[in-house]
Design a protein around this ligand. Structure first.
Ligand code: ZN
Length: 472
């Protein structure tokens, strides 16, 4: 099960806590008509603080670097990219971030930036750059996405877009780390994240600011637009990932030309550095991995992790007690409670959850029903919400029961697990939703999650947990 449901519940509370309203992202950059300078304006519509931005990016970088083959820092190609990156980063406007530049040993042309500083360039991009200006252009463009905080303002908007239920987790805990919270909200900033797909507006902005960074660093800003035009023409198998996340805003060259015409006149006599020539000859001899090979490598890694994880997932047989402000419940002593004691919690074996998904465990949260709704209608909208955020999920069985003396509903659903078997086939998952009314009128709900094939081993544990549940 993915974590979108929790995201929907928490995002609204997050917005309330921060006092911002949806859809308020303003214009972020403008060109001064006199000086021609591109100014970064006050940024509205971003729910993240600069500290959160940096923290997020660092944690996403740690995850990314587990999933991609990164060249060692000591590699001459890494060293060169770092130097070139720092030369460009010296010309960035506020907010100042600590930029890092790493090289992914991947064949396809791609580059991406994570919030607050980390930037990754594929070997394929260096292979495809005909001169240093083209490479600098891609990097200046990525740097600009970071300066303009496009990923987090995107994420801010996505949160609002994902609010079909007018439900509100009344008590959002704030003690866990930003990333843990965001993981609970279902936001992912890792490689291939949906939040790294930029809008055409964001592309236009990154092109304009990128042009100025190029100009200030002594590179011809047209090189950036030219490289993108080359990618568009080439199409094919080498650069689609880059173009998918950086869509053409429409006549890039014209846009850059118009902006550059307003910059003070300057000639760009700069030739490629000797280091660029050296690195070009190094990468020409390299045989980077294809995206497909990387995916296979990652799948093998995951299968091994799953095997090891099963040992840790099996319930120990002894129980400990969770005393939450809304309920109390027993749970296996070798499992953990994630989340604040006052907010939604996930009770799971550490090996059963990842940043994006819960494969084993129990999610417990509460909703405040709108006036006039019944426990049955609340149950139904929760089922719909789960099905919507977990495509392929279907209701298998519904029933009524009694939980700690209160009427309750139980709905069993089947759908795809986030896990796949050794052969790559996606496992089937069984989720059981239990809803029960609390004395204050809100509805406590629990979702018991496990792959179908492991339900036999976990079913008794889940039944025992439910039996021990006391609603407050
Ligand atoms: Zn872009």
């Amino acid at each position: 099960m993915n974590k979108k449901l929790a995201q929907r519940i928490c995002a609204f509370a997050l917005a309330l806590a921060l006092g911002i309203s949806p859809g308020c992202a303003g214009k972020r950059i403008a060109q001064n008509p006199q000086s021609g300078r591109i100014d970064v304006q006050q940024q509205g519509g971003n729910a993240f603080s600069l500290e959160q931005e940096v923290q997020l990016g660092q944690q996403a970088a740690a995850q990314t670097e587990k999933e991609l083959p990164i060249l060692p820092e000591s590699d001459p190609v890494s060293q060169y990219i770092r130097q070139l990156g720092q030369r460009l980063a010296a010309h960035t406007p506020e907010p100042k971030f600590n930029y890092t530049f790493k090289v992914v040993n991947q064949k396809e042309i791609n580059a991406f930036a994570l919030p607050g500083g980390p930037i990754y360039i594929n070997v394929g991009t260096i292979q495809a750059a005909d001169d240093e200006g083209e490479l600098a252009g891609v990097m200046a463009h990525e740097i600009s996405h970071i300066v303009l905080r496009h990923a987090t303002s995107n994420a801010t908007r996505q949160q609002y877009a994902a609010l079909p239920l007018s439900i509100l987790d009344a008590v959002l805990g704030g003690s866990s780390s930003t990333y843990a919270q965001l993981a609970r909200l279902g936001l992912s900033f890792g490689a291939g994240s949906v939040f790294l797909k930029y809008s055409r507006d964001a592309e236009r902005e990154a092109d304009l600011l990128g042009a100025q960074i190029m100009y200030d660093a002594g590179y011809n800003p047209y090189s950036m637009a030219e490289f993108f035009a080359k990618l568009e023409q080439e199409g094919g198998s080498r650069g689609p990932e880059f173009l998918a996340s950086h869509p053409d805003p429409g006549n890039r060259q014209q846009l850059v030309t118009q902006a550059v015409q307003k910059f003070p006149k300057k000639s760009f006599g700069r030739k490629d550095s000797p280091q660029f020539e050296q690195v070009k000859s190094v990468v020409a001899k390299m045989n980077p991995m294809t995206g497909e090979q990387i995916a296979q490598w990652r799948q093998k890694q995951q299968a091994q992790m799953r095997k090891a994880a099963m040992e840790q997932i099996r319930p120990s047989g002894s129980f400990q007690q969770l005393n939450h402000s809304a309920f109390s419940m027993g749970y296996p002593s070798n499992w953990e409670v994630f989340g604040d004691q006052k907010s939604a919690v996930t009770i799971a074996p550490k090996a059963g959850i990842s940043q994006q998904a819960i494969a084993y465990g129990v999610v417990v949260s509460a909703v405040q029903p709108s006036p006039g709704s019944t426990l049955e209608s609340v149950t139904r909208s929760l089922v719909n919400s789960i099905a919507e955020s977990n495509p392929g999920t279907q209701v298998a069985d519904t029933g009524q029961l009694n939980v700690s003396g209160m009427p309750a509903y139980s709905v069993t659903m089947r759908g795809p697990s986030p896990l796949s078997a050794g052969d790559g086939q996606v496992l089937a998952e069984r989720d059981t939703l239990v809803t029960v009314q609390r004395p204050d009128g809100s509805v406590l709900f629990l979702v018991f999650i496990a792959p179908e094939q492991d339900m036999a081993a976990l079913g008794n544990t889940y039944a025992e947990m439910l039996q021990s549940l006391q609603v407050r």
